[in-house]
Design a protein around this ligand. Sequence first.
Ligand SMILES: [Zn+2]
Length: 598
Amino acid sequence: MTTVKYPEVWDLDVFFKGGSESEEFKSFIDSIPAKIDSLRETVDSLEQPKSAQDAPKIADVLEQIKDVMAHVSHAGGVLSCLTAQDTTDREALLLQGKLGAISATTSPVIQKFHKLLTNADAEVFEALLNTKELAPFAFIMTEWREQARLKLSQEEEALISALGVDGYHSWGQLYNMLIGDIKVQVDVEGEVKTLSVGQANNLSSHKNPKVRKDAFNALEKVFTEKEEFFAKTLNHLGGYRLATYKARGWDNVLQEPLQINRMKQETLDAMWGAITENKAPFAKFLTHKANMIGKEEMHWYDFDAPVTASTATMPYQEGAEFILKQFGKFGKELEAFTLKAFEDGWIEAEDRDNKRPGGFCTGMPLAEQSRIFMTYSGTMSNVSTLAHELGHAFHSYALRPVHMLNRRYAMNVAETASTFAEMIVSDAAVQEATSRDEKIALLEDKIQRSVAFFMNIHARFLFETRFYEERKKGLVSSKRLNELMEEAQREAYAGALGDTHPHFWASKMHFYITGVPFYNFPYTFGYLFSLSIYAKAKEEGAGFEEKYIALLQDTAVMTVEDLAMKHLNEDITKREFWEKGIALCIKDVEEFMELTTK
Ligand SMILES: [Zn+2]
């Protein structure tokens, strides 16, 4: 029997006792509008900067923005915990709506402030960045200025945003309605079940091949019936985006996503180039796996088929000890931090009713703490998820000495610390597996991640770039969308695919996210970037932790090219950098082949 050493239910009372019923919490939220009012007054009284003498006034605005942000994200963090731990907590949902409305009032104020900086003379701006007050913000202030310069006038951009509510974002919302409305019937070993798209997708790992194929066919059928609705949605969402880009004079559809991720086109090209050149081992793996399950080639519906009957489990207390032990081998600071998170109730892991699905990590900046949410049922993938979320929490911990405005990292580096932590643990799990079957299952899980990032995400990227090119010329028919998707899949899976999934463009929500364009390549970037950090860590041993923390602290104050050069001494615009990470993934494939070939 394992003793209960670490709590499995988190402590939220330390922030506001009584959760959504707490009067103290309510008055905390009520105190935020006054802070925003005072920020607005300061910005309204500010004139366009004329010399370096204006630096203290600008620094004062930055401090006020920080204060508002810290309060909003502190309350927001607590609220996401409250709504996740109990989906029936109506009071928390109401407070969430209230906080959302409050925080929306800050963006016009911040826009106005950015405009003042943009309009300043280049010389004045340079002089400001050289003052002791503003030097720490040189990167983000330059970024604000550049972004505003690439856009249209404040009035025109305001009009675009206003029209976007109904003409852009609502297409994304319509997609959610369309997909939410779909139900399919699947015969699951004699029992006909009515399932949502998500539930039908979950059958992809069912041990019975007929169930997997039936679920897939049911989805393809319903998407074929409704393809015109999805094609219209995608065409108009894309059309709005392209019209906006055209008005701004942006020709490259990747300009915005690259800018958001603070990376160069060359870097993206080098990454995909290295991946494209190295697909053969993964294609071989897919065919080998198909053979293992009695098929000649890999079909879309068999990707997640289990290859062994292994079902290794690890109770929570043991999982925690395992993670601590593996983290300890990497670095003392990560280990000590994690121990504190386990002991102090930073983690909600209990398997009980009314919790929302999935996992996340959120920060409460005013308390310099994080909270991790998940439902731990004892599978090895739960152990990985827990390590993953602890990685996110460690990233926030590493950023504590950094000014809040310098902590806003992009999606491509957001997953660096999490993937890194997950890698430490999943690598150790493979190494310490007690049976051959368990080892095969864990290794296969690891390789599937590489296949997802190098092939599946690549197919999405190829499809999306080609779709936008064709959309520039006019509407793209559903028939053409299917063709584009099929071509992208054949190419991205390097000829290893039997049956494809032509309606993937309709079934994948990521193509319809309006908040973040091209919700695909940053995933692959994050995976390979963190793999190369992992390789360096293994090479350098115990001394690496300090360098790792320094890298995390810089994730939001420079381009990814500069980040890699400064901390890893690597030029990520060159293919060689990406090839090193891919080589590690190929090793997994080789080991898998050896274990499973007689
Ligand atoms: Zn994550």
